[in-house]
Design a protein around this ligand. Structure first.
Ligand SMILES: Nc1ncnc2c1ncn2[C@@H]1O[C@H](COP(=O)(O)OP(=O)(O)OP(=O)(O)O)[C@@H](O)[C@H]1O
Ligand SMILES: [Mg+2]
Length: 351
């Protein structure tokens, strides 16, 4: 079955949608989504709760019928050729694919048998997957007794049993501890290395950052930004130098020096001892920025300005999301004006 999929002649994108719409009553959950996802890549669909991620995935996986627009998976229309799509995709995440009462081995063997493997091949494949997913010790235990992280891993193991051409991972690491998240990330990388295309939905900006070659940011059913993570980051500046001074009175001097040394816009933070320099867009991939930043620090020291704290960072995808939507990913009520505490500090500093 796998080999048949692999020799498929389709050379176009794994997924292509045009004006995809899904409404629930008055709610346009997916509101005209255009996507193009190249085969063999991880594509991130990033957005907050209720953005329309799962609804999009369910339409692409033929579980939900679109109300408008079109979607093709490996060239097959998800409505008219749903069967052809189904043979190529696998879905995991917010859906149970395994039987809680069966053991890890039993689940995988059952699935392998159902998809036409011989008894021996099924046991071999199950053992191989359990080993790869660090579940060998739990192989004989009922899945209902697995921890959350183990459960997520057996879900993914089940969904890649037959090496699908396209794997949907709907929030595969929500609620997992950092170690389990890392394990899932490793698995995703291994799956992609075998040629599978992955559509990953996530609310975690760092997850999309870690895994996805391209990312669509979606909010209220619409794609509000799309590109490589580099492009998304560049849209808010290549990087930021954060500086905290010992003495607020030295900030005007520091501002002038940093502007010259870094050739950057300097932002005065609400905190009266803090400044941020947005290091310009373009090719500098951190190395150039770091060199410039250390030279700037030396100049500050030379001018007798004491720096308490200093950091150089790429903008996080969180900052990208904030820049795009005007609100932070997690908080609806992200206060843009200075906080009370910062205003208080400003007053103290100017008193
Ligand atoms: N079966 C349904 N019936 C009615 N409304 C629905 C249904 N499924 C989703 N919605 C609504 O559609 C919108 C998008 O939901 P969706 O589940 O696609 O969001 P999501 O991006 O996956 O969010 P989350 O990160 O919380 O999983 C939400 O307003 C949701 O309430
Ligand atoms: Mg969802």
């Amino acid at each position: 079955m796998t080999s048949k999929n692999r020799t498929d002649q389709w050379a176009g994108p794994a997924i292509e949608t045009a004006g995809l719409v899904k409404t629930f009553g008055d709610n346009r959950a997916v509101d005209g989504v255009d996507l193009r996802i190249e085969a063999g890549t991880v594509y991130g669909l990033l957005g907050p709760n209720g953005a329309g991620k799962t609804t999009t995935v369910r339409m692409l996986a033929t579980l939900l019928r679109p109300d408008g627009g079109e979607a093709h998976v490996f060239g097959h229309d998800v409505v008219r050729e749903a069967d052809a799509v189904r043979t190529r995709v696998s879905l995991t995440g917010q859906y149970a694919s395994v039987d809680e009462d069966l053991t890890g081995t039993e689940n995988l063997v059952l699935l392998a048998r159902l998809t036409g493997h011989s008894k021996k091949a099924s046991y071999d494949r199950a053992a191989q997957l359990l080993d790869a997913f660090g579940l060998s010790e739990a192989a004989a235990r009922q899945v209902k007794n697995y921890s959350g992280g183990m459960r997520r891993r057996i879900d993914i193991a089940a969904s890649i049993l037959n090496t699908p051409d396209l794997l949907f991972l709907d929030e595969p690491t929500t609620g997992l501890d950092p170690r389990s998240r890392n394990q899932v990330w490793e698995i995703v990388r291994a799956v992609v290395a075998q040629g599978t295309t992955v559509l990953l939905t996530t609310q975690y900006l760092d997850e999309a950052d870690q895994l996805a070659a391209r990312i669509a940011v979606i909010d209220k059913g619409k794609v509000i930004a799309e590109g490589t993570k580099g492009e998304l980051k560049a849209s808010v500046g290549a990087g930021a130098v954060h500086v905290r001074l010992r003495d607020a009175h030295q900030r005007p001097d520091a501002e002038r020096l940093l502007r010259q040394a870094l050739d950057a816009d300097i932002q005065l933070e609400p905190d009266p001892v803090a400044l941020t320099a947005r290091v310009g867009n373009g090719s500098s991939n951190g190395a150039g920025a770091a060199e410039k930043a250390s030279r700037a620090l030396a100049e500050l020291a030379h001018a007798g300005i004491t720096v308490d704290n200093f950091s150089l960072g790429q903008p996080s995808l969180d900052e990208v999301f904030l820049a795009l939507t005007g609100k932070s990913d997690h908080a609806e009520t992200s206060p843009q004006p200075p906080t009370k505490q910062a205003q208080q500090q400003t007053k103290e500093a100017t008193a």
